[in-house]
Design a protein around this ligand. Structure first.
Ligand code: PGA
Length: 253
């Protein structure tokens, strides 16, 4: 059976003290209320991660939002996958549309980062998605396929099995617009089929594919009820402990 995951993406929000407070609330609520075996992850700004990993008490995992492709060296301002692993970070978001858009990250760079993460036993949460223009152009399935091929399919099968995929339509991120459950399911089924063609049906069936883009406690139950949606990558709604925990609980239904 494939793993179900709800991951929060705090982006560049919450100062250190506030972040620790929200995280502690999430830990306490999950301890009291969580049912089921779903994995919960909070992907926080770098400066929070060490403290959060210590507070996580095996109730949830901690992830970063980016890493560099190199192990070490003269890359002022950057953080390596090995450094993240050394503070008990378990996941790293790679290829988020904001990184692709604002930091010009290409599929090939994202592939190098994914390799680096896997080398240090970090699990990549690998994001793909189309803009509204691309969706309206009609051939966005080809674009999604290209993102998968160029960013991921260079991995061997054992590497690929460690990767979590997140489908995040760019037009739905932070906009309040959500893909309908049918639209999301259609793309998730396409992603799973594309994985099957590359790595075989069994690998595809066991791959975790998350939906992201204005997912909240209200729309999560219907999205998570779709057969190819295995959880969510949650931005805005992960900044409030109660909202986030309600989304986690929606995955158990
Ligand atoms: P959102 O962000 O939930 O605020 O739309 C999702 C994401 O970018 O991961």
């Amino acid at each position: 059976m494939r793993k179900k995951i709800v991951a929060g993406n705090w982006k560049m929000n919450l100062d250190y003290e506030t972040g620790l407070g929200v995280f502690s609330e999430i830990v306490n609520m999950l301890r009291d209320e969580k049912q089921g075996g779903q994995q919960v992850v909070i992907c926080a700004p770098f400066i929070h991660l060490h403290s959060l990993a210590k507070l996580s008490a095996e109730v949830l995992a901690v992830g970063a939002q980016n890493c560099h492709a190199a192990d070490s060296g003269a890359f002022t301002g950057e953080i390596s996958a090995g450094m993240l692993k050394s503070i008990a970070c378990e996941y790293v978001i790679l290829g988020h549309s904001e990184r692709r858009q604002y930091f010009q990250e290409s599929d090939s760079l994202i592939f190098e980062k994914t390799k680096a993460a896997l080398k240090h036993n970090l699990k990549p949460i690998f994001c793909i998605g189309e803009t509204l223009e691309e969706r309206n152009s009609g051939n966005f399935f080809q674009l999604l396929e290209k993102q998968l091929k160029d960013g991921l399919f260079g991995l061997d099968v054992n590497e690929f099995k460690q990767v979590v995929i997140a489908y995040e339509p760019v037009w739905a991120i932070g906009t309040g617009l959500t893909a309908s459950p049918q639209q999301a399911q259609e793309v998730h089924a396409f992603i799973r089929q594309t994985i099957a063609t590359q790595y075989g049906t069994e690998v595809a069936e066991n791959s975790t594919i998350l939906y992201g883009g204005s997912c909240n406690a209200q729309n999560a139950p219907e999205l998570f009820a779709q057969s190819d949606i295995d959880g969510g990558l949650i931005g805005g709604a992960s900044l409030k402990s109660r909202d986030f925990v309600n989304i986690v609980k929606a995955l158990n239904h």
